[in-house]
Design a protein around this ligand. Structure first.
Ligand code: GLP
Length: 221
């Protein structure tokens, strides 16, 4: 937070999922105490499901509004979340990359990790040189995320995600890993070589990354 305030127009990369919720609660608390303003903050979210409208409770747009955006003084024109309902998804991806470039790149990217080691929605096998793209979700991701949907059949099969290179271009990364379900991914991260089979492994090559792991995620290592 202090580092963000040192810059006039910080660009923040945001993530969804249960793990970063505490950070967003912290932002809201600091804002309510009058300690911080988000007026000059620009945000870019990592990803969005395809086919879900912005007001669908399972869309990441809805999540961000509920968990953070509607509680703070951020200017909505500075908020960027890929549109999963764009008619032309490929051109939406290009537009998203250009918007990140125009903003001067991402200063700090908040990141979680999937049970299979995905980052954003870059599933195992995704190219390390990928930029914002349309991805097919892995069956394991569909299963893991079905807890938020009425049934597994309702989980979208695709998403738009920042690419791995887009994420790696962030000036700083904050990787948060929480819960027993991530223990396998953590063990692999520690033991295995950098490989496209484990998307998060590329983060070992980032020059400015902070990793926060809770005890449960260390189980079994
Ligand atoms: C989704 C998101 C990821 C996130 C992951 C883990 O798949 N696309 O960006 O890291 O969920 O979420 P959670 O923190 O709820 O475990």
């Amino acid at each position: 937070m202090d580092r963000m305030n040192m810059q006039e127009n910080p660009v923040l990369g945001l993530a969804t999922g249960s793990t970063p919720e505490g950070i967003y609660q912290g932002f809201i608390q600091e804002y309510n105490k009058g300690k911080v303003s988000f007026k000059n903050v620009t945000t870019f979210n990592l990803d969005e499901y395809t086919g879900l409208k912005k007001d669908d409770p399972n869309s990441y747009c809805y999540f961000m509004n509920e968990k953070l955006l509607r509680h703070i003084d951020i200017a909505m024109e500075r908020v960027h979340i890929p549109s999963g309902t764009a008619v032309d998804l490929k051109s939406e991806c290009l537009k998203y990359e250009r918007a990140i470039e125009r903003a001067g790149g991402i200063d700090i990217q908040v990141l979680g990790i999937g049970e299979n080691g995905h980052i954003g929605f870059n599933e195992p096998g995704a190219s390390f040189s990928s930029r914002t793209h349309v991805v097919d979700l892995a069956d394991s991701t569909i299963q893991a995320n079905s807890r938020f949907f009425k049934s597994v059949d309702e989980v979208p099969k695709q998403a738009i995600s920042m690419g791995i290179q887009t994420i790696m271009d962030s000036k700083e990364i904050l990787l948060l890993i929480s819960g027993e379900a991530k223990a396998d991914a953590v063990a692999k991260l520690l033991e295995e070589e950098v490989s496209e089979d484990l998307p998060a492994s590329i983060l070992k090559k980032h020059a400015n990354i902070t990793v926060i792991i809770d005890e449960a995620a260390f189980k079994g290592t």
